[in-house]
Design a binder for this molecule. Sequence first.
Ligand code: SF4
Length: 302
Amino acid sequence: MKCFCGKEGVVFLHYASRHLCESHFIRMFDKRFRKTVRMRNMLKKGDRVAIALSGGKDSCVLLHSLAELQKDLPFELVALTIDEGIKGYRPKTLVAAKRECEKLDIEHVIVSFKDETGSTLDSIVRKKGDGLPCSHCGVLRRRLLNNSARELKANKLATGHNLDDLAQTVLMNIMRNEPSRLARFNDPPTKNKSFVPRIRPLMLTPEKEIAIYAMLKGIEIERLECPYARFAFRGQVRKMLNETEENYPGTKFKVVNSFLDIEDALQKKYAKGPKLSNCSSCGEPCSEKICMFCRTLRFTKN
Ligand code: SF4
């Protein structure tokens, strides 16, 4: 099938019923990336951006796209990898993360669960035995990413979340009846200075297109999947969304666009946000006496 320019198509965009050749696909991808950054005011001149670099395809493509953007918009970039301590998985993605940073000559900082908390995720999962690895991982990773970005004096934390991730997040929050979490999607939980604002420049890019882009641009990606991913609620929602997208192309865009359409209204409704005090154990801001980070680590130290 041909691209509109007459060249051989390499990608078929189901949701747009369109074939694109390599150069038009790359051009469309880059244009959407820059438009997302611009429309949501994600970056400005002089920002210092910490990128959460796992070594997977999304964050590696994000790293390359941000590095490319730096040529037109002067901002600083530092890569931050969290090593949760997941045997057989994280060491391999760490190699990919390091390699991409070296290629682009970007400062790379690695922070590990073991060094910061005394425990690896593997040992926490073993000790807790509650079948909730992703919940524990998420709580610890969010804290370490935020605090490390703060220590690196970054004023933005960029993550590789893509359209699929966002569509899943929207549905998960609806299924859990937690609309207030959606209201906080764009910003940290409060304007509290302890939280580094997050940006997600790939939030309107489908996951499949990120993989194709990486391949066409020669960005080496690590395809391993975390061994704990199968326990996650997100995995169920992902499967459901992928099946629906297959039968009804464009569903993921529609879910995300519906959310973006009501985002302002949600922010107004939940404008107050949670009332924050300081954790009596670690002193970080939290909405309860002891924060989730400290509660997660209780009884897990080696
Ligand atoms: Fe952590 Fe779960 Fe992601 Fe694995 S799948 S890295 S355990 S959140």
